[in-house]
Design a protein around this ligand. Structure first.
Ligand code: ADP
Length: 581
């Protein structure tokens, strides 16, 4: 039986009732779907890609048969292809469910679930040859058995809802990056199924209601698959699912080429055939260049990503090690401090003669034990300070104070050291006094006394000057590359911003060994000591400046070094914000 006198397949191409757009909805969609399905399958042949390939094949078959039903006017052929629609539609839905399940759970469906899906599909397959009982010559369509159509439509609707529930449950538990994958996948596949189902269902419903050309509606639904494929390509590129990144560009280029190639069907004269040929050649050429350049870029990005990942990993490990070490140092120092204090106490008692008179030699030996114990206690105290600063457990008691008072309290002990070392010592304080600073006196004393101690330690002739002054402007200039050096510790109760009342500056200058410019940026680092210190056999730990910087910065102040070079002395400067006169 023949439907009309328009010869097939021209009916499709020249029928006024069929927008050209519909033509594009079949071939490019099928091509893109198959291309993506096979590409993903060959790149990573795991279960997800196998299911994706099955969906693409089933769906393309549906598209192919559907195109035949549109372009053929032979009732036998139309009836034959029509009988497959129920099976193929149900299969697309069932496979989509399978795909989503495996993708989001990363495991295969259970045997029972597969069995249930099989049972659900069975009637659709078994009844397929019998459900078309008539042929409508006027519309050139087969007439479906409405109960059969209802059955598979209900199956599709249930699957649609199941995918939604499945994804929602997984979405709530997934981590951030996977949440996005689940979201995009679900939106993509649900829009695809919805457009496929709703348009198919309504087409058949409206057709049965006697509306002519209702089946055209169905064609628009096919664009849903292109959308789904776009989403899949996005997931693949963005989240590296399946480990394929080029797919987006390749799919795009293929669509372009297909669309240009399909122009041939409309080309009616030599001119347009040549033009189409040129466009096609250009599209292929540029498409090839595009894909190639993206490929190189992707490769480079991959390499960079790989290195960045490795770096982040080793950084993490280092941080863990550093934390563990800080913790260890803290515990060890606490354990060391108690016996050391006991040793120091008993040595003092022995030296004072509390346990009887001592010979001169014994006194001398005890003096050495006493000195070494002091050094050890100092070291332990410094290590404890390091761990306190690094773990943010250093506690400060800020009070408004005149720094001159603090300095005057320290003068006496420095004069003794100066005398012992045959060096001059001078403290220069302004006559009219200084504005107060908000400081933790004990900690600030520690910082300044370490700087003055160092000045004596690293000076063999000449002397040391400690000067305090007020300045409206800060003189601190962050050195280049200081970002790496800046202390970013979280202080438990650091000084809040104090406003701009000027600065109180304490400068400790000496005429000692000086510091080469190249060393200056590194001296505030932990355990960092200048190269001259080894040559001069000056004892030290390389922790004093590190701790000092931590403390000064918790005061919202700055500490820095100036030196005119080796052998020409150094200046250590501490600048603290003033709180007012
Ligand atoms: P330590 O003095 O225990 O080695 P510090 O952290 O106090 O540790 O000092 C770090 C380094 O800075 C010293 O090893 C030394 O090389 C250098 N340094 C500190 N003060 C001076 C100074 N006044 N003159 C020259 N170099 C100094």
């Amino acid at each position: 039986m023949i439907c009309s006198d328009i010869p097939a397949p021209l009916y499709f191409l020249f029928s006024d009732s069929v927008p050209r757009l519909l033509y594009y909805s079949h071939i490019p969609t099928a091509a893109v779907v198959l291309l993506l399905g096979f590409y993903v399958f060959f790149k990573s042949s795991n279960l997800v890609s196998k299911i994706l390939l099955s969906i693409s094949i089933v769906f393309s078959l549906w598209l192919f048969l559907n195109l035949i039903s549109w372009t053929n006017i032979n009732s036998g052929v139309v009836m034959f292809v029509w009988s497959f629609f129920g099976i193929l539609t149900s299969l697309v839905f069932i496979l989509s469910y399978y795909f989503v399940y495996v993708f989001i759970n990363n495991k295969d469906l259970g045997l029972l679930s597969k069995f249930i899906l099989g049972i659900v599909l069975l009637p659709v397959i078994l009844l397929a040859p019998y459900y078309l009982h008539e042929f409508d010559v006027a519309k050139c369509e087969a007439v479906d058995n409405i109960y059969y159509v209802y059955y598979y439509n209900i199956v599709c609707a249930v699957i649609f809802v199941s995918i939604l529930i499945l994804s929602l449950l997984k979405y709530r538990k997934a981590d951030k990056s996977f949440k996005k994958q689940v979201l995009f996948l679900t939106i993509g596949i649900e829009i695809f199924l919805l457009s496929f189902f709703v348009t198919g269902f309504f087409a058949s419903y409206l057709d049965n209601q006697g509306l002519s050309y209702a089946f055209e509606l169905e064609q628009y639904g096919l664009f849903g698959m292109t959308f789904f494929m776009g989403v899949l390509a996005y997931i693949i590129v963005k989240f590296k699912a399946f480990n394929i990144k080029l797919i987006g560009a390749q799919a795009l280029v293929s669509i372009l080429i297909l669309l240009v190639a399909s122009q041939y069907t409309f080309a009616q004269n030599a001119g347009s055939i040549i033009l189409t040929g040129i466009t096609l050649a250009l599209s292929i050429g540029f498409g090839y260049i595009l894909i190639k350049s993206i490929k190189t870029e992707v490769q480079r990005k991959d390499e960079l990503q790989f290195m960045a990942d490795a770096l982040a990993q080793s950084n993490d490990k280092l941080r863990q090690l550093d934390n563990a070490k800080t913790e260890f140092v803290s515990i060890a120092s606490h354990q060391l401090r108690t016996p050391l204090t006991a040793i120091k106490g008993f040595v003092s008692l022995l030296m004072e003669g509390s346990y009887g008179e001592m010979s001169k030699e014994a006194q001398d030996a005890l003096g050495k034990v006493h000195l070494s114990t002091e050094r050890l206690i100092h070291l332990v105290e410094e290590l404890l300070n390091v761990s306190r600063i690094e773990s943010g457990r250093m506690e400060y008691k800020f009070e408004n104070q005149d720094i001159c008072i603090l300095l005057e309290e320290m003068v006496e002990s420095f004069e003794i050291i100066a005398k012992e070392n045959n060096l001059s010592f001078e403290v220069k304080l302004p006559d009219k006094g200084l504005p107060q600073v908000s400081i933790d006196s004990a900690k600030m004393r520690e910082v300044i006394s370490n700087l003055v101690d160092n000045a004596f330690k690293y000076t063999k002739k000449g002397g040391v000057i400690v000067k305090a002054e007020f300045d409206n402007e800060s003189r601190y200039k962050a050195p280049m590359g200081d970002e790496n050096n800046v202390f970013k510790f979280q202080h438990k109760n650091h000084q809040e911003n104090i406003g701009t009342n000027g600065y109180v500056r304490v400068t400790i200058s000496d005429t000692g060994i000086g510091i080469p410019a190249s060393e200056i940026p590194y001296l505030f680092a932990k355990f960092s000591r200048g190269k001259d210190t080894q040559r001069l056999h000056v004892s030290g730990t390389g922790l004093g400046l590190y701790v000092g910087k931590g403390i000064v910065e918790a005061h919202k102040g700055h500490i820095w070094i100036e030196s005119d070079g080796e052998g020409r002395g150094s200046r250590f400067i501490v600048e603290l914000p003033a709180v007012g006169l």
